[in-house]
Write a protein that binds this ligand. Structure first.
Ligand code: GAR
Length: 192
């Protein structure tokens, strides 16, 4: 179990694949006086991920892996996690599925944010499926990562009401706003 010792912050790696709005939000959260985390590494599965700009802007070490060979990429990532003494991984729009072997070998905590009210709508294209099924509510979930996709223990959820005029893209925006509130809250819940 990872614990906060004195004023030491938990050395954290954020994994991204795209825009990185959750990454930016977590970086800002890590700058707060009372934040339990320090973001020491950014891992991207995509060299063109916009989110990598935040690594440059905030001078955070970044590493890019193409996942052409999952085994090779994961083993290189595990090495980096060790070198950088990482004990928390926050998946934030990371679109690769980590292998059970990776999850077992990493000795810290792995968290993920998913844009639905899990256990509903695991996997991809959540907003499209939610709209298609005429759901009244959707939302987002922060959960522990285990070896089954989007199935680890839930830490916190936020609910969003779906209006008649909502489209998958308006819903995505609304939920993303909630994600930015929820991820820091969930991290505080894990460590405080
Ligand atoms: C977020 O909505 C996140 O919940 C979702 O991707 C988006 C990334 O946005 N994650 C997944 O769908 C994971 N299965 P961001 O790059 O702006 O943080």
């Amino acid at each position: 179990m990872v614990k906060l010792i004195g004023s030491n912050r938990v050395r954290t790696a954020v994994f991204i694949s795209g825009t990185g709005s959750n990454l930016k939000n977590l970086i800002k959260f890590s700058f707060l006086n009372k934040s339990p985390i320090n973001i020491s590494l950014i891992v991207s599965s995509n060299k063109r991920a916009k989110g990598l700009n935040f690594a440059n802007r905030y001078k955070i070490k970044k590493k890019i892996y193409n996942f052409n060979s999952m085994k090779k990429s994961e083993s290189l990532i595990l090495k980096q996690l060790k070198i950088n003494k990482i004990s928390l991984i926050c998946l934030a729009g990371f679109m690769k599925i980590l292998s059970p072997n990776f999850i077992k070998k990493f000795r810290g905590i792995i968290l993920n944010i998913h844009p639905s009210l899990l256990p509903k709508y695991k996997g991809l294209n959540t907003h499209e499926r939610v709209i298609q099924n005429k759901e009244k509510y959707s939302g987002c979930t922060v959960h522990y990562v285990n070896s089954r996709l989007d199935s680890g223990k839930i830490i916190l959820q936020a609910k969003v009401k779906i209006l008649k005029e909502d489209t998958s893209s308006s819903l995505k925006k609304k939920i993303l706003k909630q994600e930015h509130l929820l991820y820091p809250k969930a991290i505080n819940k894990v460590f405080f």
